[in-house]
Design a protein around this ligand. Structure first.
Ligand SMILES: Cc1cc2nc3c(=O)[nH]c(=O)nc-3n(C[C@H](O)[C@H](O)[C@H](O)COP(=O)(O)OP(=O)(O)OC[C@H]3O[C@@H](n4cnc5c(N)ncnc54)[C@H](O)[C@@H]3O)c2cc1C
Length: 393
């Protein structure tokens, strides 16, 4: 969607396909990081963005075995935007879709599922898609696979990502807000579980990390045990867990970290999770997908205007984005190995031992600044270049 808008406002005829008829999907992350808010400022969308209900957080707190820690503090960032916005993804996508609709060069086809690629010789020349009105074929100077970690178009091109293996899955569910809210807290970890508690205006978007493939076992143990496990790790939720009355309220989301060796073929570019699936760690996946979109638009608009995009042009996008992704994914994997897993909180005693307190006091003030930068802006934050400025409406 972001790439579609950037190209369309720069005068390039763009079609965005979305297989669903609306944006109301299961939870798949709703963090809008400072790097993305910077881009909204550039796009002149800030006022509209602020008008949509969302929560704002300045720090990421975690409670590890009863000890509250603040490993990320965005107030240390330079620049105007020093916090994360938590906005349901459907609202954010609707904002972008509305912006796109201002340009005659932007065409959003909802309920249009890309089913395969078309070729002209060895070159990808467009997509075949199914819509409610029947199949369509769309010829394009460039086809972009931005269709997520189970990308149909990537598969159709025969591109296979290398899987880096994450041993966890996440169970997502909503819980009502409690009467007396603790400070905003990303997660509660102890020697048994990790419970995510993302605050939204009128509910918690909550999650429990489980070992990969363990969902049937969790169900077998029963809902009572599931609720008990939540409360043992995050006791403040005791007054609201009774709202979980059936497994249909609890959704399994599998976690993946993988990456393509080559993100492009002649006529085809993969970006976002289609090129590199990100785990929920640090909540950076959406923002990395958006940064890919900005880099693609910056690097390709000239060739697209002239009507011919070469494989070298596409390789430049991969060259630009590979480093930030290849630096972030190992950090995500490390976090999953050490902390972000069931039982990961066992590494801290309650109360902390003297040496743990000393290590925390010595490292956290520095760590907070570094993580704010890495999480909030990423390794190579992109700016929308002047060549993408809109043509006349
Ligand atoms: C459990 C979980 C929690 C996460 N939490 C966060 C978080 O809090 N913050 C964060 O930044 N990241 C989070 N992530 C990572 C994040 O979800 C992804 O990195 C990000 O969504 C990637 O964006 P994308 O646009 O590449 O793909 P997606 O967001 O997956 O979007 C792909 C789109 O393409 C559509 N589509 C798919 N196939 C087709 C087709 N054949 N034809 C047409 N349309 C198609 C889909 O419907 C979808 O709208 C989380 C991931 C997981 C697994």
């Amino acid at each position: 969607m972001m790439l579609g808008i950037l190209l369309a406002r720069a005068g390039v005829d763009t079609i965005v396909l979305e297989k669903h008829a609306d944006f109301f999907r299961d939870f798949r992350g709703d963090t809008i990081h400072p790097s993305t808010i910077d881009l909204l400022d550039q796009l002149g969308l800030r006022e509209k963005f602020e008008a949509i209900p969302h929560s704002t957080i300045h720090t990421l707190d975690v409670v590890v075995n009863g000890n509250r820690l603040t490993p990320v503090d965005f107030s240390h960032l330079k620049g105007r935007n020093r916090s994360i916005a938590l906005m349901p993804q459907w609202d954010f996508l609707s904002l972008l879709a509305e912006e796109g609709a201002k340009y005659s060069t932007f065409h959003l086809m909802m309920g249009a599922e890309a089913a395969g690629l078309m070729h002209d010789g060895d070159r990808v020349s467009g997509v075949r898609a199914s819509t409610a009105d029947g199949p369509v074929s769309i010829e394009a100077a460039l086809t972009v696979a931005a269709d997520g970690r189970d990308s149909t178009l990537r598969d159709a091109a025969g591109l296979v990502p290398k899987d880096y293996g994450v041993a966890i899955d996440v169970l997502w569910f909503r819980l009502p807000r409690t009467h007396v809210d603790p400070p905003d807290t990303l997660a509660y970890l102890d020697s048994e579980s990790m419970i995510v508690t993302i605050p939204r205006a009128d509910y918690y978007q909550a999650g429990m990390l489980i070992r990969k493939g363990d969902f049937p076992g969790v169900q077998e143990a029963g809902l009572e045990e599931f609720r008990g496990r939540i409360v043992r790790s995050a006791p403040f939720l005791a007054e609201v867990v009774s709202s979980l009355t059936g497994w249909d309220q609890i959704k399994l989301l599998t976690v993946q970290v993988d990456r393509l060796e080559r993100w492009c073929q002649d006529g085809l570019l993969c970006i976002g999770d289609a090129a590199h699936a990100m785990s929920p760690a640090f909540g950076v996946g959406i923002n990395y997908a958006i940064q890919d979109a900005v880099a693609s638009a910056n690097l390709l608009v000239g060739s697209l205007r002239s009507g011919s995009v070469t494989l070298e042009d596409l390789a430049r996008v991969q060259n630009r984005r590979l480093k930030p992704v290849a630096l972030m994914q190992p950090l995500q994997l490390m976090v999953h190995k050490v902390i972000a897993k069931p039982g990961g909180g066992a590494f801290l005693a309650n109360p902390m031992r003297w040496w743990q307190r000393a290590v925390a006091a010595a490292t956290l003030p520095v760590a907070r600044r570094v993580t704010a930068r890495i999480v909030g802006r990423g390794f190579r934050p992109e700016r929308i270049e002047a060549q993408l400025d809109p043509g006349p409406l």
